[in-house]
Design a binder for this molecule. Structure first.
Ligand code: DQA
Length: 148
């Protein structure tokens, strides 16, 4: 069975209670459970990881980077906007990654408009709320078709 890693960064463990007007009321646990259901249709296994620590996210990417993962779905939270370390970790391996944001980072504060990981990812999904994770899965699956 193919495996996809789903990585969530700082404060995303607070989904459901954190700024619900921006991020909604769905918890991360619910997002992952729904994504697992969706992934089953593609015969994909989801490995979920969340951390509030940049280095732990880098460690996780390195760990899975050395294994045979089909793809990465990553919402790095605030680290999106400044973590060159996460960018470099994604770039170090040949695993396609799709970036996800619940909110539309283009239409918020200026500092959210920059994603330092965007150009090392095969796609970016933003402003779709929890559904964005499913869209990211679809993007990874279509990326596979394009390759063959
Ligand atoms: C976010 C957007 C980021 O700017 C913010 O720091 C987050 C969540 C999103 O999913 O919309 O923590 O990545």
């Amino acid at each position: 069975m193919k495996k996809i890693a789903v990585i969530n960064g700082p404060n995303l463990n607070l989904l459901g209670i954190r700024e619900p007007d921006i991020y909604g009321r769905t918890t991360l646990k619910e997002i992952i459970a729904n994504l697992k259901k969706e992934a089953k249709k593609y015969n994909i296994k989801i490995k979920a990881f969340q951390s509030n620590h940049e280095g732990k996210i880098v460690d996780f990417i390195q760990k899975i980077g050395l294994k045979k993962y089909f793809g990465i779905i990553i919402n790095p939270g605030a680290l999106t906007h400044y973590s060159i370390a996460i960018r470099d970790a994604i770039k170090a391996f040949d695993i396609p990654a799709v970036e996800v944001h619940l909110s539309d980072i283009e239409n918020r504060e200026d500092f959210r408009k920059i994603s330092v990981i965007k150009d090392v990812c095969v796609g970016q999904v933003k402003g779709m709320g929890p559904e964005g994770y499913k869209k990211a899965l679809e993007t990874l699956m279509s990326f596979d078709k394009n390759k063959n």
